[in-house]
Ligand binder design. Structure first.
Ligand code: 5GP
Ligand code: ZN
Length: 147
């Protein structure tokens, strides 16, 4: 059972009395664009949703199918994710999105994490990308030492 099914476990903790879910993360952050999308404040269409996650199309798609899967609760990045059940739910949701998008011939899951990882929105999100051959995993313009 996840955050939204465990209302009884949601408690008022911390100096700001932020509402936190069972894994200790705030349920929502006022200045987070993805929290606002979860709250329905941005008129973003969800292509899939469940108790733990929502999925919606990326504003700037990099491929014919480019969907973001995010937890409903505010987890800043994969670095902070220490809730194994939620991790599984998010991964399962990404696979369900890929099937829903018909990406049978292949797709890529990307989780940009923190600054060196290129993360721009500080609310954990999984990119489900497909619909064309995606080529090599990373640009070959830099080697492993960054030169
Ligand atoms: P990151 O670089 O953090 O891994 O990816 C953030 C992604 O969020 C980018 O691909 C960007 O296009 C997408 N994005 C940022 N703001 C919005 C928004 O308001 N709506 C949608 N649908 N996507 C957004
Ligand atoms: Zn957020």
């Amino acid at each position: 059972m996840g955050v939204w099914g465990q209302g009884i476990l949601v408690s008022l903790v911390g100096p700001c009395s932020a509402l936190r879910g069972p894994s200790g993360h705030p349920l929502t952050m006022d200045d987070c664009i993805f929290c606002r999308i979860v709250a329905g404040e941005m008129a973003t269409d969800f292509i899939r949703e469940d108790t733990w996650t929502v999925a919606f199309r990326d504003l700037h798609p990099q491929a014919p199918s480019h969907v973001l899967v995010i937890p409903r609760q505010h987890v800043p990045s994969l670095w902070e994710l220490d809730d194994g059940e939620l991790a599984g739910r998010i991964l399962s949701a990404a696979a369900a999105v890929a099937r829903q998008e018909g990406l049978e011939s292949g797709w890529r899951l990307i989780v940009n994490t923190r600054s060196d990882g290129g993360q721009e929105v500080d609310h954990l999100h999984l990119h489900v990308i497909g619909g064309r051959p995606l080529g090599p995993m990373l640009s070959s313009s830099r080697n492993a030492k960054g030169a």
